[in-house]
Design a protein around this ligand. Structure first.
Ligand code: PLP
Length: 470
């Protein structure tokens, strides 16, 4: 008898991971043939942005605005107050921002780049320098549009995809101090810390680094803003990887993170799990007041900023859900699931896995391929042809031309980003994607010819670029 009990005890297993939601509504997606995809990608001028979404089976173009809202968020839509000024939706968002980030002042905007446009209209002038960790493309676009310069001070470890470092989004304090020390103070209107750092692979910034950057900024009298699209994912990594935070809640960690900044710009289409929305948070009333002028000019009155009351309600609810540990674990574990599959197949990817995406190292994938023929874009096209999976190039096309020399810029990393929408796909979808990429990897030696540009816009060209096979 006692032996039996012992036996059954030894068979007790740890409970496996499972998603912290169930599915109430589904949206059908359609498979296609390789011949169809050949035709569609040609018509799209080999630019994945030009594809019709109905011609994509699994869409990993972006996690921006592509998440599935919860039943509570959909309920909040019905409670939206569409008053032009002073709506209850505005006050709901105001209370939530105060509760989560601690800011007294905020402005709603229609998305993240609108927040940048409003804030930079106040702060940035021609010739200015804006140091930070690898700036996001719209951020850099808004800086360069004002004839100012973004200076990348990310730690060197970020530029080697196989180096394991828990916080590859960190700012190198020596690089930052050099910029602060060697330039006149009035030329540096702000430092931007992007959390997580999208451009370097969805990599987080440690609490220690946030704290030290803020201290350094204060020493030189410069303000700090967080580009906050994935602030909650960043907090999750701090909880998982940084000593002293393992027993803190995500909301406690977020509160501490935002004690080391003067403000934030937010694309709510990411960690607030809504389809549209953004905002700016401020500590300083004076800066807020200056920004109000531009918000009214570009976005709309300061209590709606280009958003419907219902959107604002869903956003406030999304901020609460997006900062729950169970939700974040489900999300980030799914990204890791894809990462593990790809590693099993030997596909070169950036390590450690990012929070919102897996980044395929196109340089290692296609090592002998001429960079002038846009290897990451070529790989993204091959992945689409293989199985109707749409990823996105984070490489030479995205890097644009140098604004002064007009020469193509070839970034240190050429990547294809597989971005996972929030609460949308299952792990079976992730397995499908992994096999598609493994098949492309298997025939990588046959991929010899790349792409050439036939049309490009002068700034942020990757969205509208037209290409042809060489
Ligand atoms: C998406 C994003 C933005 C821009 O936000 P939009 O809502 O797309 O305008 C800015 N910064 C980062 C880090 C982002 O990921």
């Amino acid at each position: 008898m006692s032996k039996l009990i012992q036996l059954s005890n030894s068979n007790i297993m740890d409970l496996p991971f499972a998603e912290s939601y169930k599915i109430k509504m589904v949206e059908l997606i359609k498979k296609s043939t390789r011949e169809e995809r050949e035709k569609w990608i040609k018509e799209a001028k080999y630019n994945l942005f030009n594809l019709k979404s109905e011609n994509v089976f699994i869409d990993l173009l972006t996690d921006s605005g592509t998440g599935a809202m919860s039943d509570k968020q959909w309920s909040e839509l019905m409670l939206g107050d569409e008053s032009y000024a002073g709506s209850s939706s505005y006050y709901k968002m105001k209370d939530t921002i105060k509760e989560i980030f601690g800011f007294d002042y905020f402005l709603p905007t229609h998305q993240g780049r609108a927040a940048e446009n409003v804030l930079f209209s106040v702060l940035i002038k021609q010739g200015d320098l804006i140091p930070g960790n690898s700036h996001f493309d719209t951020t850099k676009g808004h800086i360069e549009f004002r004839k100012a310069k973004a200076i990348d001070c990310t730690i060197d470890e970020a530029f080697n995809t196989t180096t394991i470092h828990p916080f590859k989004g960190n700012i190198d304090l020596d690089k930052l101090e050099k910029v602060l020390k060697n330039n006149p103070n009035e030329k540096i209107p702000l430092i931007i810390v992007t959390i997580t750092c999208n451009s370097s692979g969805g990599q987080p910034v440690s609490m220690q680094n946030l704290k030290e950057v803020y201290a350094l900024a204060k020493k030189y009298g410069v303000i700090v803003f967080f580009d906050s699209a994935r602030f909650a994912e960043n907090a999750y990594f701090i909880k998982k990887r940084e000593k002293g935070y393992e027993n803190k809640t995500i909301k406690e960690i977020v509160k501490e993170m935002y004690s080391y900044t003067d403000g934030m710009t937010m694309s709510s289409k990411k960690d607030a799990i809504v389809n549209i929305g953004g905002f700016i948070g401020f500590k300083d009333e004076n800066l807020f007041k200056q920004a109000c002028i531009y918000n009214i000019l570009f976005e709309g009155y300061i209590t709606y900023g280009g958003l419907a009351g219902r959107d604002i309600n869903a956003l406030a609810q999304g901020l609460k859900e997006g900062t729950e540990f169970d939700y974040l674990e489900t999300r980030i574990e799914q990204v890791a699931h894809l990462g593990r599959r790809l590693e099993e197949y030997g596909v070169p990817i950036q390590l450690p896995y990012g929070g919102h995406a897996i980044f395929v190292d196109a340089t290692k994938f296609l090592p002998d391929f001429p960079k002038e023929e846009f290897r990451a874009q070529t790989l993204a096209v091959e992945l689409y042809l293989e199985g109707g999976v749409r990823g996105v190039e984070i490489g030479a096309l995205l890097a644009d031309r140098d604004p002064i020399t007009k020469k193509n810029r070839y970034p240190k990393l050429e990547l294809v980003r597989l971005t996972i929408p929030r609460r949308v796909y299952t792990n079976n979808h992730m397995d499908y994607v992994a096999v598609c990429l493994a098949n492309v990897y298997e025939r990588r030696n046959k991929i010899k010819k790349g792409l050439k540009i036939i049309y490009e816009a002068p700034i942020m060209r990757h969205f509208t670029i037209e290409l042809d096979r060489i």
